[in-house]
Write a protein that binds this ligand. Structure first.
Ligand SMILES: Cc1ncc(COP(=O)(O)O)c(C=O)c1O
Length: 408
């Protein structure tokens, strides 16, 4: 009925030492996810990138680098962090949305290829840097995702250049002698259906036949994971069997030599390696609802408020307790501030430690300090020894107030 909690003893000792709220990331789970994807895509001329927007903590990024992954960077901050960490520039794709001139110049200065999703930016790139190499983000008009806010292709999407505008892309490219080296798509996030992914990939493949000097086709991220005990996630065998052989035979027929296939997942790699630890500090029974208030909230994990996303909540202090129904809510002054509504959880008591599971993607990276509360601490648990280290401290209320006074 519940998902199993990874390394619950370690989580209990981390909370005893470091308190809460705290994000914990397990390197063994992270590595396993990377290897699962590599394994399923064996046989392809593959380059994996990591969509670092999912989780930018340094040890997570280090793991990606040591596994040979590149980076999907979407802002100057992400780009500079990836470069400072030593990711090779050839393995970084700069995909800023509504890219500014300054952002374009920054990426060019560092020799990083731009992923351009607007005709007007393609033209500006051509004017400023005629003859340069570029990747073009397409909208294959097939979108999908766990919530409408994460669908990034299709008629209503702001992302990518619609495939119907290929002729305009080619005209701009030839006017400025731009070399289209890559085609890119990313159709959405949290996709559990292999068929939809394959449909979008096949649009990309047929479109890529119109470009004879490509070096890579980037098929994006979006691979979904199981957030609920009874979900199975994207069926990896089915996904692999749908795409690997067709991609192999496509590459043989394609006019470009040495064509690489890129993917750039975020969630698939990091979601399951992360746990948010929080302490129950208030139990409030009312006529219809028992609220369990914790010392964290939507400022630390916004996915439930933003997408109605499901995250398993487990009582680590009372794992065999009888089940009761709760609204597990945060300490932020918003009614959207919840982790779970009407959820059966092992009986919660004030002082209990709860684990919010699968929070390693779009957890801390979307966190903020609303209500002038600190960000959570972050801990990384190394594989294979299980030793852990603090990678980010919580701020004190004193330092938050001081920083505000000093304009920081
Ligand atoms: C361009 C791009 N690539 C990759 C990703 C990663 O998506 P996911 O975490 O679903 O794999 C995103 C997420 O928003 C994205 O915008």
């Amino acid at each position: 009925m519940f998902k199993s909690v990874p390394h619950s003893e370690t989580l209990l000792s981390i909370a005893a030492c470091c308190g809460t709220p705290t994000y914990v990331y397990f390197d063994d789970i992270l590595s396993e996810k990377i290897n699962t994807l590599k394994h399923h895509l064996t046989g392809l001329p593959l380059q994996l990138l990591y969509a670092m927007k999912a989780n930018q903590s340094i040890p997570v990024m280090e793991r990606m680098k040591s596994e040979g992954l590149g980076i999907d960077a979407v802002s100057p901050g992400e780009l500079l962090l990836a470069l400072k960490m030593g990711f090779p520039k050839e393995k970084i794709l700069f995909s800023a949305n509504n890219m500014t001139d300054e952002e374009m110049h920054l990426a060019k200065k560092h020799g990083v290829i731009l992923n351009v999703g607007e005709l007007s930016r393609l033209e500006k790139l051509g004017k400023a840097y005629p003859g340069s190499e570029v990747c073009v983000r397409l909208n294959p008009q097939i979108g999908a995702g766990h919530h409408k806010h994460v669908i990034t292709a299709g008629a209503e999407s702001k992302f990518g250049i619609p495939v119907e505008q290929i002729e305009a892309i080619k005209t701009i490219a030839s006017t400025y002698s731009l070399k289209v080296r890559g085609l890119h798509q990313h159709i959405g996030s949290g996709i559990l259906d292999a068929d939809t992914l394959w449909k979008a990939i096949s649009v990309m493949l047929s479109t890529s036949l119109l470009f004879d000097d490509l070096h890579f086709i980037n098929l994006g991220g979006g691979l979904g994971i199981p957030y609920k005990a009874d979900e199975s996630g994207l069926p990896m065998h089915e996904f692999a069997s749908k795409i690997v052989a067709p991609l192999q035979s496509f590459i043989k027929q394609h006019p470009a030599k040495h064509l690489q296939i890129w993917f750039e997942p975020g969630r698939f790699f990091t979601a399951e390696c992360g746990v948010l630890l929080a302490t129950v500090n208030t139990i409030k029974p009312t006529e219809h609802i028992t609220f369990a208030g914790v010392d964290s909230g939507m400022n630390h994990l916004v996915r439930p408020a933003m997408y109605g996303a499901y995250h398993e909540v487990v009582n680590l202090s009372n794992p065999d307790g009888p089940l009761h129904r709760y609204d597990v809510v945060g300490n932020i002054c918003e009614s959207a501030d919840f982790f779970a509504k009407g959820r059966m959880v092992q009986q919660l008591r004030e002082g209990d430690l709860v684990a919010v599971l699968d929070t390693g993607a779009y957890g801390m990276s979307m966190a903020n300090s609303y209500n002038m509360r600190s960000l959570p601490a972050e801990i990384f648990v190394d594989a294979p020894c299980g030793e852990w280290r603090v990678i980010r401290q919580r701020k004190t209320a004193e330092s938050i107030a001081e920083n505000a006074l000093n304009g920081l």
